[in-house]
Write a protein that binds this ligand. Structure first.
Ligand SMILES: [Zn+2]
Length: 498
């Protein structure tokens, strides 16, 4: 309890979490994997961790990722029937529009499936193309920002394990988005083959100038090039569509420059350690991390500079207190998460477990990691922790959360949460956990959008999260035993990637 009081004091009175976040967002810029912005942030983090006294700080290569990419210029405006600048963001790994400014009429492709699309074949080369959208904007009567209601947390706490496995938190809206995304991707592939000059897209979840933007091309070394493509704000996009459907000629002027980076195709995670001091336990590990890579529409503040800042601040607090942990504490900031947990999956393969003939081939380090803690659900404060189907941890975590009940963190749920890097540990039999975090504006406004910047971070929430993570990591490092493990399922049954 004495140590927890000290962690709370340092994490509250002399927090650096927002300073860290400022460097990872404002200063580094967007952190698409293997982009210059990612490398700026990774190198800064390595130096910063070293300056706090962590050791073995390095950018550890995990295998081949592919090309980096960044936008270098983006101008898109409607110039007929009248002039209007448009909110537009290039999609990752797409080409630019070439040397000169382009100006042309927009072709609206109205096809709800690939068969209907076939009649446009041969008519889209060098054109500015958009596909018809059924979206309609509505006023929003719901608040953008939300915190968990106590009643919701109470329900999560009493959730029981379903036969056949832990409860994956299912979001039907996400499922829908996924099938739409699949269809859209097939249409995009057909359109790309036509070699249009520019493809305009929209994401119908964006409103009020918020543009959700991810990839429009491929990063693999020899992947085919994708034509210039931008995501427009929904309001701009739908106006163009209405005008064209009304028979009015819409002309666009655009000048887009993007750049690919293929000097070094390897992906890197940032790693650093606080060495353990107990003669028998110092070879064991407690790990913590979050993904450093982001999308490029803004500076990836809530996804996931927030999580990286919390994790860095947690180890800074422990170093500031000159903690001599029994087990070694290792922080890892991942890359390639947004492309499918690539950095953490490869790390697990390199360090913990490979596969052969459908079975795991475990490496010695697999048995040495007590637990891995991950933060990647935005800027919201910690309300508790997901057990990831590991009931044996409930009593331990409930006890550890007691000193933070008055800071809003008390819920321990058997539920599983997906979508991020703790799964790479869970999959190879190492206890890997995500915390329950307040949503704030994650799904409504910031997650993968042009609004995911520093101003959407909540300082008090990040301070609280860093204090709790520091305590969990400390407790795990000092505990006599390693954290209890679940049964390790064979690789084929343990494929939850997203
Ligand atoms: Zn994320």
């Amino acid at each position: 309890m004495d140590m927890i009081a000290k962690i709370k004091k340092v994490g509250t009175d002399s927090s650096k979490v927002m300073d860290i976040a400022h460097h990872l967002t404002d200063v580094s810029g967007p952190r698409l994997t293997n982009s210059p912005g990612f490398m700026r942030a990774a190198n800064w983090a390595k130096e910063e961790l070293t300056s706090w006294g962590l050791v073995n700080a390095q950018l550890e290569p995990w295998g081949e990722f592919g090309k980096g990419w960044q936008q270098e210029k983006c101008y898109v405006a409607m110039v007929s029937p009248y002039y209007q600048p448009l909110i537009a963001i290039p999609r990752a790994w797409t080409n630019g529009t070439g040397k000169k400014i382009i100006r042309d009429e927009v072709v609206l492709v109205k096809a709800e499936d690939t068969i209907a699309l076939a009649k446009y074949m041969g008519r889209l080369k060098d054109k500015i193309v958009m596909t018809w959208s059924a979206a309609q904007m509505k006023p929003s009567f719901e608040p953008d920002g939300n915190r968990f209601a106590d009643t919701t947390l109470d329900k999560m706490a009493v959730a029981e394990m379903h036969p056949g496995g832990p409860n994956q938190q299912q979001n039907p809206q996400r499922q829908n988005q996924f099938s739409r995304f699949q269809m859209q991707r097939r249409m995009n592939e057909m359109i790309n083959k036509e070699k249009p000059a520019l493809v305009l897209t929209m994401n119908q979840n964006g409103n009020d100038g918020t543009v959700f933007v991810a990839s429009g091309g491929q990063y693999a070394k020899d992947a085919p090039e994708a034509p210039a493509s931008v995501a427009l704000s929904s309001d701009d996009y739908l106006r163009l569509q209405r005008l064209i459907e009304d028979g009015i000629k819409v002309e666009i002027e655009a000048d887009i420059k993007t750049k690919f980076f293929d000097d070094d195709l390897k992906g890197y995670n940032v790693v650093a350690e606080i060495p353990g001091t107990d003669p028998t336990l110092k070879d064991e590990l407690v790990m913590l991390g979050g993904h450093l890579d982001s999308w490029h529409g803004a500076t990836g503040a809530t996804d996931n500079a927030a999580g990286c800042s919390v994790m860095m601040e947690a180890v800074r607090i422990l170093k500031a207190l000159n903690v001599q942990p029994r087990r070694t504490i290792r922080i890892v900031l991942w890359s390639g998460e947004e492309e499918g947990l690539l950095g953490s999956r490869a790390y697990a393969k390199n360090h913990f477990a490979d596969t052969a003939n459908g079975q795991w081939v475990l490496k010695p380090e697999q048995s040495k990691v007590s637990a891995y803690y991950n933060v990647d659900n935005g800027t919201g404060k910690i309300r508790g922790v997901y057990l990831q189907g590991n009931e044996a941890e409930r009593a331990i975590f409930s006890k550890w959360l007691e000193p933070f009940n008055d800071m809003g963190a008390k819920t321990v749920t058997i539920n599983n949460t997906g979508g991020t890097d703790h799964l790479s540990f869970d999959r190879v039999g190492i206890p890997g956990f995500q915390f329950i975090q307040d949503e704030i504006e994650y799904d409504t406004r910031t997650h993968h959008s042009n609004m995911d910047d520093y101003d959407h971070l909540v300082p008090e929430d990040l301070k609280q999260a860093a204090i709790i993570v520091a305590t969990f990591v400390y407790n795990t490092a000092q505990r006599d035993e390693k954290m209890p493990r679940k049964e390790l399922l064979p690789p084929a049954k343990n494929q939850r990637a997203f």
